[in-house]
Design a protein around this ligand. Structure first.
Ligand code: G3H
Length: 258
C-alpha cells in the first residue's frame, strides 16, 4: 500500500509540488510543531521513497544533519537494506553542533537500521579559506568528498535562518547582519532571502550547493507550520528532481500563500 501511495500523489501533493516547482511532495498528516509523532511518519515516508528510487546493489546516500532528520532516522525500515549495500556519508563537517543532530551521528543510525556502512567527517562546519584548501587534499577527507560527489541520493533539512545562525553560535552583530540582509532560510551553508537569493554563505568542507543538481535523487526533509516560510524561500533554488517530505502544518501554510 505504501508503494501504491507513492505512485499516486494526492491532489494537495500535486498542487504543492507545482507551487514549489519540484518533482514530488509527500505530505504526512498533522503539524510537527505540536505533534512529535509526525517525525515517525516522515521517517516512514522517507524510507518508502528511498526504497522506490534507490538502485539495488551499492548505493551512496549523503545526509545533512538537523533535528528533523535526527528524530526520524530510527524509522527507516530495515527492509531498505534488502539487496542493497547502502553507504551513508555526511554531507559536511559539523563539529560544534549538538552531537545528536550531527550528520556524523545520523549516518551511523541509518546504517545500523539498514545493515549498511557509513563514513564520517569530523571537521568543524565552518573553516577558513586556507584551511579549506589544505583540508580537501587530506586523503581521508578527499575520500569522503569523492563519495559525496557520487551520491545516488542526498537528504537535507531546511533551516530557519536565525535559528540556524544561533545554533552555530553567531554573535549578536552577525545575527543582526543576517536580519538586515533579510535571510529567511539556510541550506547547504547558504542563507537565502524570501525570494531565494543567496545573501550570505559559510565556507564548508562538503557538498557544495552548486553541485546538488548532479545528484539523481534529492529529498528535502522539513515539517511544521513554522518551517513554511523557510521551505518557500529555499525552493526556487531546489533542483527539479527534489522530493519534499513534509507535513500538513507546513504545506497548508505554503498553499494558503502565508
Ligand atoms: O540546514 C538545515 C538544517 O539541517 C535544518 O535542521 O531540522 O534542525 O531545523 P532542523
Amino acid at each position: 500500500p505504501l508503494l501504491d501511495r507513492l505512485f499516486n500523489a494526492g491532489e494537495t501533493e500535486v498542487a504543492l509540488a507545482k507551487k514549489l516547482g519540484i518533482e514530488r511532495t509527500l505530505i504526512v498528516p498533522g503539524n510537527a510543531d505540536l505533534q512529535d509523532r509526525v517525525f515517525e511518519e516522515m521517517g516512514e515516508e522517507l524510507s518508502s521513497a528511498l526504497n522506490l528510487l534507490l538502485p539495488l546493489g551499492h548505493s551512496i546516500v549523503t545526509l545533512l544533519g538537523g533535528t528533523s532528520l535526527a528524530k526520524s532516522a530510527r524509522y527507516l525500515s530495515p527492509g531498505l537494506g534488502n539487496n542493497r549495500q547502502l553507504e551513508f556519508v555526511p554531507g559536511r563537517g559539523a563539529l560544534g553542533e549538538n552531537v545528536e543532530t550531527q550528520s556524523n551521528t545520523i549516518v551511523q543510525e541509518m546504517a545500523a537500521k539498514t545493515s549498511g556502512t557509513y563514513k564520517t567527517l569530523y571537521l568543524p562546519e565552518q573553516v577558513s579559506d586556507d584551511a579549506y584548501k589544505s583540508l580537501i587534499r587530506e586523503s581521508s577527507i578527499a575520500d569522503v568528498l569523492q563519495d559525496i560527489s557520487q551520491s545516488d541520493a542526498v537528504i537535507h533539512g531546511i533551516g530557519l535562518a536565525q535559528e540556524m545562525a544561533r545554533r552555530r553560535g553567531y554573535n549578536s552583530i552577525k545575527l543582526s547582519e543576517l536580519r538586515e540582509k533579510k535571510a529567511v532560510t539556510e541550506c547547504f551553508g547558504c542563507f537565502f532571502d524570501e525570494n531565494g537569493k543567496v545573501v550570505d554563505r559559510i565556507a564548508q568542507v562538503g557538498l557544495q550547493f552548486e553541485n546538488l543538481y548532479k545528484i539523481p535523487h534529492i529529498f528535502a526533509f522539513a515539517c511544521g507550520a513554522r518551517k513554511a516560510k523557510a521551505i518557500k524561500a529555499y525552493m526556487p533554488n531546489a533542483p527539479h528532481q527534489t522530493w519534499l517530505i513534509t507535513d500538513e502544518g507546513a504545506s497548508n501554510m505554503i498553499l494558503k500563500g502565508k
